[in-house]
Design a protein around this ligand. Sequence first.
Ligand SMILES: Cc1cc2nc3c(=O)[nH]c(=O)nc-3n(C[C@H](O)[C@H](O)[C@H](O)COP(=O)(O)OP(=O)(O)OC[C@H]3O[C@@H](n4cnc5c(N)ncnc54)[C@H](O)[C@@H]3O)c2cc1C
Length: 147
Amino acid sequence: MLQRLKNARQVTALSGMKNVGNLFRQAFGRGWILVGDAYHQKDSYDAQGIYDALLGAKILAAQLIKWKTGGGSWDEAMQLYSSEVHNALHPMFRSTLDRLKREMFASPSPKMVNGLLRWVLTNKTYRQRFGLLATRSLSPKSWASPV
Ligand SMILES: Cc1cc2nc3c(=O)[nH]c(=O)nc-3n(C[C@H](O)[C@H](O)[C@H](O)COP(=O)(O)OP(=O)(O)OC[C@H]3O[C@@H](n4cnc5c(N)ncnc54)[C@H](O)[C@@H]3O)c2cc1C
């Protein structure tokens, strides 16, 4: 990266996004289903959109196969999809929102930033556990001890 950028020059202003809509939509209705970003949208701070879209599609596929092969009604299959996909995605969603509040939207004192936050963000165990959370190898419900 350093090699490729060493003669680079910034030509426009950098922009970021704040206040992204964070939401779950109704997952299905008569003859329609939502999956991926259409169903669940959130700030990209934790970069979970692709994982969530694939996981949602996998859960939906299982229910569609069951329904198509005679395993119950459309409503039953979609109720199961709706609750299963919500249970699978909601804990990570809560974790992202908590991190956003704490790290992007709070205004901690300089003492807090230079002390506790710096210590946490440079802490090896924290970084390792955060890496496991981001790859969904640790449950969002228990990746960090409560403050
Ligand atoms: C700037 C940015 C950075 C991101 N970075 C990351 C990241 O680092 N890691 C990560 O995991 N996620 C990231 N995401 C989120 C991730 O891209 C999305 O969560 C993911 O692509 C959602 O997949 P999807 O299939 O639900 O929707 P999409 O990938 O948006 O696919 C929907 C498709 O449907 C097509 N479409 C729409 N309307 C119609 C129509 N009427 N008829 C036919 N086709 C239609 C669209 O053209 C599109 O191809 C990022 C998103 C953005 C915007």
